[in-house]
Design a protein around this ligand. Structure first.
Ligand SMILES: Nc1ncnc2c1ncn2[C@@H]1O[C@H](COP(=O)(O)OP(=O)(O)OP(=O)(O)O)[C@@H](O)[C@H]1O
Ligand SMILES: [Mg+2]
Length: 279
């Protein structure tokens, strides 16, 4: 995986620099494509859940995937870090190129890929370990040799959870509330120092306050990361994303700057969906 330089002075950037001392490529300008999806078709057996989708994801932006239930959003998202490898009968055709490397090529190690492309699921899935160890795990598997306490604090602060857990870091994470567990999973993903963070409906089980916190967080994360977010919440897509892709029955109907898609959709199906006439 090619290494990305980070903005000077950023905490995440500093931690990344410590973990990956020898960058092999020059920094890219913002707006550069970091993930290129080319003619991607994903089948479960004979059923095509994603049909010939091509989509560019730009660095340091949040890209939202929207569309009715069953249209292939999660399937497409999971393809970006090869989580579909775990699904029996799932076949992927086409290409996904991440920072210049085709991730389905035989030479690409999916474990290494997932160290650079983190994922947060709809249902929080903390490990049955302490809050501290949930966060330090990601850093450890990435060979982090810096100050672990400082990194754990930094990730928990970024996820907006530090103040609530700083006095009980050794307690088991499963005792946290659902919203706290989701923010912990985000902190755990951040500790991996990913280039890209995939989020599949991260707020669907959260109350409006926890949701607002995570939306604020996504906005801040764009300084250091690239986010791809699945959401059913139109307001959320409009609030947090720079670009929005509308999927319908496995096809990408249109992708546009978010404000354009929500104000001047080109396709009647997009118009119908965003105005709540189907889906
Ligand atoms: N493991 C699987 N085996 C077979 N079919 C599957 C599998 N996972 C998903 N599908 C099918 O693929 C299609 C796309 O599913 P996917 O979960 O990607 O949709 P989605 O857009 O994320 O929906 P939702 O908004 O409800 O989460 C659906 O028809 C679903 O039934
Ligand atoms: Mg889904």
């Amino acid at each position: 995986m090619v290494i990305m330089d980070q903005p000077q002075g950023s905490l995440a950037g500093a931690a990344k620099a410590e973990m990956r001392p020898s960058p092999v490529s020059a920094p890219e300008p913002a707006g550069e494509t970091i993930v290129r999806i080319e003619n991607l078709t994903i089948r479960y057996g004979d059923f095509s859940a994603v049909k010939n989708v091509s989509l560019d994801v730009y660095r340091n932006q949040a890209t939202a995937l929207i569309g009715p239930s069953g249209c292939g959003k999660s399937t497409l998202l999971r393809a970006i870090n090869r989580m579909n490898d775990f699904v029996p009968n799932c076949q992927v055709d086409g290409r996904i190129v991440v920072r210049g490397r085709s991730i389905y090529d035989p030479g690409c190690d999916p474990v290494d890929l997932r160290r650079h492309i983190g994922m947060v699921f709809q249902k929080p899935n903390p490990f049955p370990k302490s809050i501290y160890r949930n966060v330090s795990w990601g850093a450890k598997i990435n060979g982090y040799r810096g100050d672990m306490d400082a990194l754990v604090e930094q990730c928990l602060r970024r996820a907006g959870l530090w103040e609530e857990v700083k006095d009980k870091l050794k307690q088991v994470a499963l005792n946290l509330s659902g919203g706290q567990q989701q923010r912990l999973c985000i902190a755990r993903a951040l500790a991996l120092q990913p280039d890209v963070l995939l989020m599949d409906e991260p707020c669907s089980a959260l109350d409006p306050i926890a949701t607002a916190r995570i939306e604020d967080l996504i906005d801040q994360l764009k300084t250091d990361y690239t986010v791809v977010l699945v959401t059913h919440n139109m307001q959320q897509a409009a609030r947090v994303s720079d670009r929005t892709a509308f999927l319908y029955m496995g096809e990408l109907i249109e992708v546009e700057d978010t404000h354009v898609l929500f104000t001047h959709p080109r396709h009647p199906r997009t118009q119908a969906y965003i105005t709540g006439r189907f889906g």
